[in-house]
Design a protein around this ligand. Sequence first.
Ligand code: G4P
Length: 524
Amino acid sequence: MAKLEQEASRRRTFAIISHPDAGKTTLTEKLLLLGGAIRSAGSVKSRKSKKFATSDWMELEKQRGISVTSSVMQFVYDDYKINILDTPGHQDFSEDTYRTLMAVDSVVMIIDAAKGVEAQTLKLFKVCRDRGIPIFTFINKLDRQGKEPLELFEELEEVLGIQTCPVNYPIGMGQSFRGVYDRFKKEIELYDDKREQTLIPADSLETVRERLVQVADEATIDQLEEELLLLEEAGNPFNAEAVKAGKQTLVFFGSAISSFGVPTFLKHFLELAPGPAGRETSKGHVDPADETFSGFIFKIQANMNPAHRDRIAFLRICSGKYEKGMETWLDRTGKPVKLAQPQQFFADSRENVEDAYPGDIVGIYDPGLYQIGDTLCATKDTFNFGKLPTFPPEHFSKVRAKTAMKQKHFIKGIEQLAQEGAVQIYKTERYEEYILGVVGQLQFDVFKYRMEAEYNVDLDIQPMSFHLARWLLNDEIPREALRSTTNMVVHDSQDRPVILFENEFGLNWFMQKNPDIKLAESVI
Ligand code: G4P
């Protein structure tokens, strides 16, 4: 195998998605510990800052400063090069969270065993499903009493509409949790307080019983036996193609806090998760092993330090090898660009990049040149990976400069930040007032802060009661929409008409009254 192909195939680039508190930080930390990327627990946790208040700008600055390095965490394990991409949740949930999923080759979905599928997981899952990203499920907190495993499979299948295939199966739960049985490797992994990994081969149900008799009670063993049999007979058989297409999820059980099940999960995951795949471009299919270097920008992070005003553009490499000092062309402008100070990210540091391969993420210094979705190629005959989708905002606010004198700066700032992908902007139908649309509330605070720090404009932000945006596909704006008090017609940055609604109820009511109107949730 050629070096380029070999390097690409040992990359595993993935994101961990979950609802807050399911254990994403804990699992990430355990993976980094395994890979030797951090030395002690707590290193990742510190960034989470639970006491974070949105009005505390110092804290905001600190959080965003640190999150540049934690946006991508890279380490080596068992000869695999792993890139974990952070999907910010909690207060800092934003469009970045969604866009990051455009740059990964697979996803790990964490489910809290007691809570099952929760709202934020569902939102992120839908984005993965639409892209056909392979999804691996880690059901966490088995040391506590949770829902029955079979009930959890049913929930995953019904709520998410994905087939499940458990790789391992829990032996008891909560107080009676004794470990897991690995159905693929035919091994028992025992849970003990010393947190040592004990693997016992057991290739038949009789052997499983024999091996467990010392550590588990009769009822636990009976239940395990019964359910393992049921899975053999009625469960979904492992289907590698369905996993690759995101139609079947391989399910693992464990307890991230005690690291239980994490090493075996990682080993299975690295073997079963796909490396970088080929992607479609404006000029045909591009394969990771193609010699011509190419990649796209999926995230731009502004440094909050106003003295520097520097930004980092995160580039996902899709084909070819990146070499220091190489010349590339930006497809959008057709102009050559030198990638300035490219860096790779480790758990708590950044390093200059000498070379990088498909699957890797490099951060490049951005003097204001790049936009989200830009493609860079090491050839004059450029191509692109298509625009990244915009995701429907869920919060809207009217925004204006506090002093009219600053109007010019205000417009420049708002347009630049919208181009960077920090917010979506709309204008009202009649008076052309500006409206911001975001998927996470914190984006408003960051926006206000950056307008002050970078453009010297003090903002007045007035929250609105709308929570849904739908693009109007008809040629004419219906009068009904213009007259209503419960919805509002606005125009997006490309002057396309959009109707804002307060809630699903309002949207449905509108659709019923106007059956000829065609609305879309997103447009490219
Ligand atoms: P998140 O990033 O998805 O929001 O979750 P995080 O890892 O911060 O975990 C949320 C809470 O769940 C934490 O407790 C964490 O210790 C706990 N947790 C994670 N994995 C497990 C597990 O396997 N078993 C049990 N029992 N708990 C787990 P916390 O009390 O909110 O925070 P802390 O005081 O422990 O830091």
